[in-house]
Design a protein around this ligand. Sequence first.
Ligand SMILES: [Ca+2]
Ligand SMILES: [Ca+2]
Ligand SMILES: [Ca+2]
Length: 217
Amino acid sequence: MTLLKKTKTSLPIAAIFIIIALSIAGFSFAHWEKYMWINADVKTGLLCAEFVPRIGGVDTGVDWTCGPGFAPAGAPRSDDKNIGNSLFTVLDTNNDKCNDTVNILLNNTYPSYYEELTVHIHNCGTIPLKIWKVIFFYQDGTKNVTITGGFPYFTLDLTGDGKADVEIKWGDNIGVQLDMCETMEVSWEIHVLQDAPQNTTMHFHVEFIYINWNENP
Ligand SMILES: [Ca+2]
Ligand SMILES: [Ca+2]
Ligand SMILES: [Ca+2]
């Protein structure tokens, strides 16, 4: 008898729980159907990259040379003479207080002269980033070549006479993620070609453009 009595009383309690559960669900559903306005501060990450030391090339005195096409592969050699030199400076072209461009001067260089320029890029922002594009500007910025990845090879007519003066071989790290506070090395090779003028200074500049690490324009 006691057992039957218990069974009878437990059913209304279960029903009450079900009603309470449905009420909560109904209450929640009612809220889903309405707009809810939330006031809050949303902070976005800061995209910031800057060149940091060291920026420089292999020509720190005696010249380096190689053959056309950077031959023999991977084996430019230092010479016993010091005739040419390279000068690199960094610029902030958009005035955001982060240097974004490398200006390159090739002074008194000559066919076979070789240089490998290395820069270090520091992530000074609050989100990971990657190099999106690198743009080589030449002939006083009127012409350019844009590279977006891989290890491109190309030539540039710096003097505007229709003949290529240098060949470039890109080294690394376009599209590679750079985390906050970290620094990565980027380098590219330059070889002066047969048609380059002698006893002169040639120049071009290289601009770096960055994006958020998860952006894929
Ligand atoms: Ca030199
Ligand atoms: Ca800048
Ligand atoms: Ca030329």
